[in-house]
Design a binder for this molecule. Sequence first.
Ligand SMILES: Nc1nc2c(ncn2[C@@H]2O[C@H](COP(=O)(O)OP(=O)(O)O)[C@@H](O)[C@H]2O)c(=O)[nH]1
Ligand SMILES: [Mg+2]
Length: 143
Amino acid sequence: MTDTAVERTLILVKPDGVARNLIGQILARVEAKGYRIVALEQRIADADLLAQHYAEHVGKPFYQPLVDFMSSGPVVAIVAEGHRVIEGFRALAGATDPTRAQPGTIRGDLGRDWGLKVQQNLVHGSDSPESAEREIGLWFSGR
Ligand SMILES: Nc1nc2c(ncn2[C@@H]2O[C@H](COP(=O)(O)OP(=O)(O)O)[C@@H](O)[C@H]2O)c(=O)[nH]1
Ligand SMILES: [Mg+2]
């Protein structure tokens, strides 16, 4: 095992997680894993921020339903810190499709298919160091 650097990742509790009063359960899993919460804010994301956040998905069939969903209510933006936290939070979150996400994960334990156009899967987590730096800048710049 080689030494690893401390990283930061951007986590979002999506509007379904906020509406279902799951903020605390989600934060508890992040903290119980041993990651440190270094920033946290509840806010409503506007279309411009979401277009930048989800730039890689522009043009896909689920893009507009995704942006509509993500702006349908408040989200909680979180910066968490720890060694390999980017990979570690993705493991805690589980697979994108909550029906397929393994039990034991946030999406697998707390999420499901609601028959809607978009996968309501409770959380977002940055997928690489480059994404994490970009997304933390988008959500927390100037704060
Ligand atoms: N309806 C639908 N929504 C999707 C699909 N793929 C992704 N999404 C939604 O778009 C978000 C971003 O997709 P992606 O970056 O691939 O997944 P993530 O990194 O696991 O969140 C997901 O978390 C889902 O909410 C899809 O095939 N169909
Ligand atoms: Mg992604």
